[in-house]
Design a protein around this ligand. Structure first.
Ligand SMILES: [Zn+2]
Length: 370
């Protein structure tokens, strides 16, 4: 696939690889005559309010196990041709971003493929980055899934003594990298009988308090704290044979290799929506998820931040950008459509964070299909 169209006169791309690795160094304009950019440090052209798409694509393009899977051609054998348009366009885009010569590319073919599946993403209107991310992960999974074969040695991790065996769902590169599983412990408040309910996730939506500031740990504690379901939220209790109030608590039974948190900054009040501007502090290394993972399922509870999608401004007139760690240089870059900047690690913590992507181990540089 050819690289994107030649750059316009006015496009901005700034970066400096040496600065990115020196802590505390500021962002600086790329000097004239600088050497070739690092593979994967590629801007994306805005096709008309597509900053949400570009920010999400930069995050996905920084997950090098995913990049390797596509660039090595492994995806071709798993591809279901009848529903493979988005996955194929995604692979071409990754080739442009990681193997192409251009400093920036236009994800036009990818947007067309996405728009064919979901017309809202083909329009020139602002969309929600989390909805777009979930859509892309789902489209890739649908295109690449194959029946899951459980090895005899594979231990079924159970949420508790009453834990039901996990259903053998189809697997794909998406489930291998991004899928986690929750177990909900449900207690009927009438008869005290308990049951477990499983649910898989690829993006975990966390409640955001309306304080001035809080920590990511606080958002996680809110998500995993015990909740009481009443009124319309009552659950059917098979012992009582009726809908009852219930106490519910979630725990992780399968922690994903790459965990993506969605900070629910958009609140609905009837027909009104408002944005929560809470400054959420999140660690760059050693995010400890063990308090939320069932003890028998704690394989790799410490996570490292790998990418951030930021949302600036209001609900309608907002703008999305991304911070991504580059696996080759282990340094951070800011991606604002075609504008690419090397940024110091300290710049990655902002009050605009909307999606956070953590990995259980640092990614290594992709083999670039070799
Ligand atoms: Zn009951």
């Amino acid at each position: 696939m050819a690289s994107g169209p030649p750059a316009d006169d006015d496009f901005d791309i700034y970066y400096s690889l040496s600065e990115g690795s020196s802590p505390g160094a500021g962002s600086r304009e790329r000097p004239a005559g600088a050497g070739p950019r690092a593979p994967g440090v590629t801007g994306l052209r805005n096709l008309g309010n597509t900053c949400y798409m570009n920010a999400v694509l930069q995050c996905l393009a920084s997950v090098t196990p995913l990049v390797d899977y596509f660039l090595s051609g492994k995806y071709v054998t798993a591809l279901h041709q009848d529903r493979g348009e988005v996955a194929t366009a995604f692979s071409y885009l990754l080739m442009d971003m990681w193997l192409g010569e251009a400093d920036c590319v236009a994800p036009e073919v990818f947007r067309l493929a996405v728009g064919n599946r979901c017309p809202a993403f083909g329009k020139k209107s602002q969309q929600d980055a989390q909805e777009f991310l979930s859509f892309v992960l789902n489209a890739l999974h649908e295109a690449l899934r194959k029946p899951h074969r459980r090895r005899a040695s594979e231990k079924v991790c159970r949420g508790g003594k009453a834990g039901a065996a996990a259903t053998a769902a189809d697997s794909s590169i998406v489930t291998q990298l991004f899928e986690g599983q929750l177990s909900y412990h449900v207690v009927c408040l009438k008869c005290n009988s308990c049951s477990y309910k499983r649910e898989t996730f690829t993006v975990l939506s966390l409640p955001v308090p309306s304080h001035y500031q809080c920590s990511l740990q606080e958002c996680l504690e809110r998500f995993f704290q015990q909740d009481t379901l009443r009124w319309n939220d009552q659950i059917y209790c098979s012992c009582c044979g009726a809908k009852q109030d219930a106490a519910v608590r979630a725990g992780v039974v399968k922690a994903p290799n790459v965990v993506i948190f969605h900070l629910k900054r958009f609140e609905c009040y009837g027909k009104m929506k408002r944005k929560l501007r809470t400054n959420i502090h999140y660690p760059l290394v050693n995010l400890d998820l063990s308090p939320f993972i069932y003890p028998s399922c704690r394989k790799h509870p410490k996570y490292t931040l790998w990418a951030v999608v930021n949302h600036f401004g209001d609900l309608d007139g907002g703008h999305y950008t991304a911070f991504c760690k580059h696996a080759g240089t282990q340094s951070w870059f800011s991606f604002d459509d075609t504008r690419v900047l090397a940024v110091p690690e300290a710049a990655v913590q902002t009050a605009a964070a909307y999606l956070l992507c953590y990995s259980c181990q640092p990614f290594s540089a992709p083999s670039l299909g070799c």
